[in-house]
Design a protein around this ligand. Structure first.
Ligand code: GDP
Length: 315
């Protein structure tokens, strides 16, 4: 607890490991830590960063993180939500080897995605990790997700600002990214705007600007921007961070940031209730006694899913 508040990276890593543990005794301690650090949390800019594999996320985060830590001398924590890691057993996001410079930077803390648990569980652990990083003095939190699944909708429920990375001229304008995600974006950055790709990136920027202009103004009142960057050449990175800062100033002054976070806390409470109910239900001895038999009955077609679920819920 003192180690976290003192900003000790080793203690911070241990605290997050404790949050990810599934042992009931660890959970109890984790909740005590969360309650204790809660008053010290919240003082950061929380930025969600998403994009399909290969779009340049790790190179971008490395460049942006280096800008924030070295030029601005501020601290950055990089967390990841990667539900695919439960299948592969390892995490492709937030992997230190993908960000070699940032991972040895004393002002940066990089944490891969929790490798186990449901999408909701992984997202919840990340949400808790955000609070602990903030208490440890990280004023900038990046939450990295792959822009293909449920994870960025989850990320959107825990960040202040959503940054979508896209490639120019990759055929399909949406590149497998669900349409809804574009509407979540506060900023679209067209990556790899260098060499032969510079012109196409600029064209894509104009097209996306026009497309985003068709959407109604988001609740923040801050019109989403489309910018180009080249992370490998360090171009456009400072400008993108300036835009994030501009948004943060605007959202703080208007009271939107405060409202958004309160609303996120309310949603979080409901998620925790749903999760807690499910856990208690499944831990109930009467339910456990019947569950296996009823599962088999459903699989063998002797009863319906509906009937079996109702019987268990009635227990
Ligand atoms: P991720 O899978 O989204 O994390 O993407 P990476 O950051 O690993 O980048 C994928 C590939 O694109 C790598 O080969 C990078 O070297 C390359 N790349 C990333 N950023 C840039 C850039 O700004 N310009 C160019 N030309 N290539 C880049």
């Amino acid at each position: 607890m003192e180690g976290v508040l003192a900003g000790d990276r080793g203690v911070l890593a241990q605290a997050i490991t404790l949050l990810e543990s599934r042992l009931p005794s660890d959970r109890e301690l984790a909740e005590q830590i969360l309650e204790a650090i809660f008053p010290e949390s919240g003082k950061s800019v929380r930025v969600g960063i998403t994009g399909v594999p290969g779009v340049g996320k790790s190179t971008f985060i490395e460049a942006l993180g280096t800008h924030v830590t070295e030029v601005l001398a501020e601290k950055v924590a990089v967390l990841a939500i990667d539900p695919s890691s439960q299948l592969s057993g390892g995490s492709i996001l937030g992997d230190k080897t993908r960000m070699p410079k940032l991972s040895v930077n004393p002002r940066a803390f990089i944490r891969p995605s929790p490798a186990r648990g449901s999408v909701g569980g992984v997202a919840q652990r990340t949400r808790e990790a955000v609070l602990v990083c903030e208490a440890a003095g990280y004023g900038n939190i990046f939450i990295e997700t792959v822009g293909v699944g449920q994870s960025e909708t989850m990320a959107a429920t825990m960040v202040d600002f959503f940054l979508l990375l896209m490639l120019a001229g990759a055929g399909d304008e949406l590149q497998g990214i669900k349409r809804g995600i574009i509407e979540l974006a506060d900023l679209v950055a067209i990556t790899k705007a260098d060499g032969d790709n510079r012109r196409p990136a600029e064209i894509a920027q104009r097209e996306f600007s026009r497309a985003l202009g068709l959407f109604p103004l988001p609740p923040s009142g801050w019109p989403p921007r489309v910018m180009t960057c080249s992370a490998s050449q360090g171009k456009g990175i400072a400008e993108i961070w300036d835009a994030v800062q501009d948004y943060a100033r605007h959202a703080r002054a208007s009271g939107y940031l405060e409202r958004r976070r309160r609303e996120q806390n309310r949603e979080w409470m409901h998620e925790l209730i749903a999760q807690g109910l499910r856990e208690r239900f499944l831990a109930d001895p009467a339910v456990q006694a019947k569950l296996v038999e009823l599962e088999r009955a459903v699989v063998e077609g002797r009863t319906t899913s509906l009937g079996a679920a109702r019987e268990l819920l009635d227990e």
